[in-house]
Design a protein around this ligand. Structure first.
Ligand code: HH2
Length: 284
């Protein structure tokens, strides 16, 4: 497969240079997200957290209005719009002033279109643009897209964790979705791929994907890795969800060492610091 033509990601009006690992800071404006659910439902708290993440070194801010943790119930379109759009309108200028693109984590084409109109320049879709109308919503904009692998649906996905070889199965799926995007006129320089840690995967599957991440990087697209505070970190460390920062930072470094271009994290400051040290050791 051909390598991506340039070392930059085009996100609407932003051009992100991928010459160092980037930190995507997560903010969920939901009552039920597994790590930060309920903490940022108030618009002012959410806005403050985004500003804090910008100060801590977030290169991209990812806003989510629907929890996708294992077993999560779906969120209505109206609720998701109501959670995400007012926040986007509030943070757009501060993010633009720092050249930081806003990504919106959604599976719904209506939310994608509204988010892009309100200033989002990346769509982060755990469903890899498979919903009817999702591909068009991104294609007709200049937004970037993160295509993630997921087996089944969040409500039931842990029952679908069956693979021939998890790494080759995930790579084949992502290659097919990226090709579908390119065929729909989404340029290669607007596409990011993500193996979807924890989405219909056991601890062993997640570890295999992390160990062999280079096989997915070989597809030639920038990779995003989201392991932050997930249950695999909990199983490996024996820690509760609010006590998984050190394990999450270690996982982020392991992902970057194996080719991840972007790490999606809740602990922006700590991850950014760890990456500074890691890069210095690498001589970068
Ligand atoms: N993980 C979560 C949500 N969105 N998007 C991508 N691209 N990759 C991921 O690994 C990923 C994601 C789950 O984490 P979180 O947003 O913290 O929780 P919740 O889904 O409960 O809101």
């Amino acid at each position: 497969m051909m390598a991506a033509s340039s070392n930059a990601l085009i996100c609407g009006r932003h051009r992100i240079v991928l010459d160092r690992p980037l930190v995507m800071g997560v903010l969920n404006v939901t009552p039920d997200s597994f790590a930060d659910g309920g903490a940022f439902l108030d618009l002012r708290d959410a806005t403050d957290r985004v500003r804090q993440m910008l100060g801590e070194g977030a290169d991209i801010v990812d806003i989510g209005g629907e929890s996708t943790r294992p077993g999560a119930a779906p969120t209505s379109e109206a609720d998701e719009l109501e959670r995400v759009i007012p926040l986007l309108e509030k943070i757009r200028l501060s993010c633009d002033a720092r050249g930081v693109p806003i990504s919106v984590d959604t599976r719904k084409p209506v939310v994608m279109r509204a988010a892009i109109a309100a200033g989002a320049s990346m769509i982060n879709d755990i469903n890899a643009l498979r919903a009817p109308g999702a591909m068009d919503a991104v294609s007709e904009s200049g937004a970037a897209v993160c295509l993630m692998h997921m087996r089944g649906e969040p409500a039931t996905m842990q029952h679908a964790a069956i693979y021939d070889d998890v790494v080759t199965d995930v790579a084949a799926f992502l290659a097919e979705r990226a090709a579908a995007c390119v065929a729909a006129d989404i340029g290669r320089d607007r596409i990011v791929l993500d193996p979807g840690f924890g989405f219909g995967k056991t601890v062993e599957h997640n570890l295999a994907l992390l160990r062999r991440l280079a096989e997915i990087a070989a597809l030639g697209y920038p990779l995003l890795a989201g392991l932050s505070r997930k249950s695999t970190i909990g199983v490996l460390t024996g820690r509760n969800v609010d006590d998984r920062m050190a394990g999450s930072v270690a996982a982020a470094l392991a992902a970057v060492a194996r080719g991840a271009a972007i790490v999606r994290v809740h602990d922006v400051r700590e991850t950014a610091d760890a990456l500074k040290v890691w890069r210095a050791v690498q001589g970068e």
